[in-house]
Design a protein around this ligand. Structure first.
Ligand code: EAX
Length: 337
């Protein structure tokens, strides 16, 4: 804050040119950031990334450039998050699944059936307790600027409709390399295989896997409908995501630029939240149009029963505040859906 005392101090120490707020962002230093994500240029991640880029570049008069690398061009999420800890990639939009491999408390998002619907997810993102997760991320070299995306990961496969857990028995399912996800599908009887997202289409084509789980927009833009037949609307896991910056890159920015990237991430995340339901509805229709059979599963209790021990196992291993945060998340479900 610029008050009389630090105004005088600033003038004495460095002269007027260093006064925060007096120079416009367009007079700021030249900065270039790489923003990596693993999804298609038509994905919600990409639309949000474009909005982020536009706002940052506009507000800095083009001095701050954001180059977006979609489709895992800079690597899968794990590789990119490692690069961010070193500081060679500055920004990314990871699913909070792989992110939890770096910041384990984030597993609170990866436990099965934690969220009851999109409104519930969006309300959870705003809980005060989320700050603790952000602090844990900062300790690992990440600035989490915005949690966003109210989407669920539904099982899609080439073999049979899934209406009960036994339908997953022995089904070769691709999940992300996220232990809580692997354990969840294993508890449901699936034969789980993890691989980068970019390899899934080929694996489906070769029959190395029978199915994959993700949200409709993601499944459709990856063209998995060409290799599969059945999807069930069971919200087993979710695809919460975030705008994440490399802390070392963020710390190098001027306070003014820091505020610009934080605001831009907030706005871009809100945009992603706002379009997600429409995009999901459109993608579901498109999947059906491409011949995918959609199964509505009313009774989730057999799935919840089999997977609840997975949640209990992870919660027992985490710090007590994580279990408290999960309780807080689950307690607001009724109010939101
Ligand atoms: O975060 O790998 C996946 O299934 C993810 O949905 C993807 O990387 C986006």
């Amino acid at each position: 804050m610029l008050n009389r005392r630090n105004l005088i101090a600033t003038i004495v120490m460095g002269g007027l040119a260093t006064l925060p707020g007096l120079a416009s962002a367009a007079d700021g230093p030249e900065v270039t950031w790489k923003l990596s994500h693993t999804l298609d240029p038509q994905s919600i991640y990409h639309i949000s990334a474009e909005a982020f880029k536009k706002e940052v570049e506009q507000k800095t008069g083009g001095k701050f450039t954001v180059n977006i690398f979609p489709s895992g061009q800079l690597g899968w999420e794990r590789e990119v998050l490692e690069a961010m800890q070193i500081g060679t990639v500055e920004a990314t939009i990871p699913s909070l699944g792989p992110f939890a491999n770096f910041v384990p408390s984030y597993n609170v998002f990866n436990l099965p059936f934690t969220f009851q619907g999109p409104q519930h997810m969006m309300a959870a993102y705003e809980l005060a307790g989320m700050q603790k997760l952000k602090d844990a991320a900062a300790d690992k070299g990440f600035v989490v600027a915005k949690h966003f995306l109210p989407t669920f990961r539904y099982p899609l496969n080439s073999k049979r409709p899934i209406t009960q857990p036994s339908d997953l028995d022995g089904l070769k399912m691709r999940t992300m390399g996220v232990p809580a996800h692997i354990d969840t599908y294993t508890a449901l009887g699936a034969n789980v295989q993890s691989m980068p997202f970019s390899e899934v289409y080929g694996a489906l084509q070769l029959g190395a896997v029978d199915g994959v789980e993700n949200y409709y927009n993601n499944l459709y833009t990856m063209k998995f409908q060409e290799q599969t037949k059945y999807i069930s609307d069971i919200p087993i896991l979710n695809n919460a995501a975030a705008f994440v910056f490399s802390k070392s890159a963020f710390d190098k920015l001027t306070p003014e630029y820091q505020q610009i990237v934080l605001d831009a991430a907030d706005n871009a995340g809100n945009l992603g939240n706002g379009i997600a339901q429409d995009e999901e509805a459109k993608a579901l229709e498109a999947l059906q149009g491409a011949g995918i059979e959609v199964t509505h599963v009313e009774d989730l209790s057999p799935f919840i029963q089999l997977t609840e021990p997975v949640s209990q196992k992870y919660l027992a291993d985490m710090e007590p505040w994580v279990a408290e945060l999960r309780e807080e998340i689950m307690a607001i479900a009724q109010k939101t859906n």
